[in-house]
Ligand binder design. Structure first.
Ligand SMILES: Cc1ncc(COP(=O)(O)O)c(C=O)c1O
Length: 295
């Protein structure tokens, strides 16, 4: 457990165009984003001073807001620049960045047509999970009770705060049972993703991962698919039924926070983190390093 709560830290947070002292980056209790879930966010990592796929994250943030029917009043380039400023002002090179946009307080009903759209960007140090040898033991994952929502029920492809309500419930339940995370099925009962990461399986040298059409198509997921393809590995993006979980040899999850994390158990099924997982972990670590700038 972190000693200092997140609202009591030192540093600077970018808030509606200004860098403000960390402890002053507040919002009113009567904010639409708090009451009605009109909030979208990103999770990104900087490695060696460079934010990995920064522009793609800024584009996703703008897109998530549009899916929730609001427009962030900053361009992708402005958001990218603000993120760089946050790192610079806080003197950080290896950090996790959290941009968040929400509807403000002008109207406090379901309709909020006139509400100001706010954007804040914070960054903090969040080292990668333990050392590689420890990491290769794999994490244990529970099966979640909740399913990812039907795209007809919720804006399921946005990185929207409201979609995380069932993730927190599921992760808490898993942690109480001693698991690290929970695997959620989709609304049709097919394997979907974890509470904050996508999932991959390996069988006989082929990588299998669910089609990301009703949950977040992670930027790490896309990167890992590209890295595997570059290695000449076959990646099958397909519908995966829970009954198939017993037949895979390796399993790993991907996400900005989790990076590539091996999995040793999903519910009653066990996996042995192996060569393909290790290779993709290493390839991902190499991929996120800042690229040498052309002279
Ligand atoms: C629900 C969920 N799925 C997947 C991911 C992985 O996305 P990314 O690789 O873009 O971080 C995340 C992390 O942000 C997430 O919260």
């Amino acid at each position: 457990m972190s000693a200092t709560p997140f609202d009591q830290r030192d540093g600077w947070i970018w808030y509606d165009g200004q860098l403000v002292p960390w402890k002053d980056a507040k919002l009113h209790v009567l904010s639409h984003g708090l009451h009605y879930g009109s909030s979208v966010f990103e999770g990104e990592r900087a490695y060696g001073g460079e934010i990995f796929k920064s522009t793609q994250h800024s584009e996703r943030l703008k897109k998530s807001a549009q899916i929730l029917d609001f427009e962030i009043p900053y361009s992708v380039a402005e958001i990218d620049a603000a993120k760089r400023l946050v790192l610079e002002k806080n003197g950080m090179t290896d950090a996790y960045l959290r941009p968040v946009a929400w509807r403000g307080s002008e109207m406090m009903g379901v309709a909020a047509q006139a509400n100001k759209i706010h954007l804040a960007i914070a960054a903090w140090e969040w080292p990668s999970y333990f050392d590689p040898a420890q990491k290769m033991k794999g994490i244990r994952i529970d099966m979640a009770d909740y399913r990812r929502p039907d795209p007809a029920t919720a804006p399921s492809t946005a990185k929207a705060a409201g979609l995380y309500m069932i993730c927190t419930i599921s992760k808490h339940k898993a942690e109480r049972k001693g698991y690290a995370d929970a695997l959620m099925l989709d609304w049709q009962g097919r394997v979907a993703e974890c509470t904050g990461a996508n999932v991959f399986f390996v069988k006989d040298g082929v990588i299998h991962t669910p089609i990301a059409d009703c949950f977040l198509d992670g930027i790490t997921r896309q990167t890992v698919i590209e890295l595997a393809t570059r290695r000449g590995l076959e990646v099958a993006e397909r519908r995966i039924m829970p009954e198939e979980l017993s037949g895979f040899q390796e399993c790993f999850i991907t996400g900005t926070a989790a990076e590539v994390t091996p999995v040793s158990e999903v519910g009653p099924y066990t996996y042995t983190p192996g060569g393909i997982t290790k290779m993709l972990m290493d390839d991902y670590t190499a991929e996120v390093q800042p690229k040498a700038k052309a002279a």
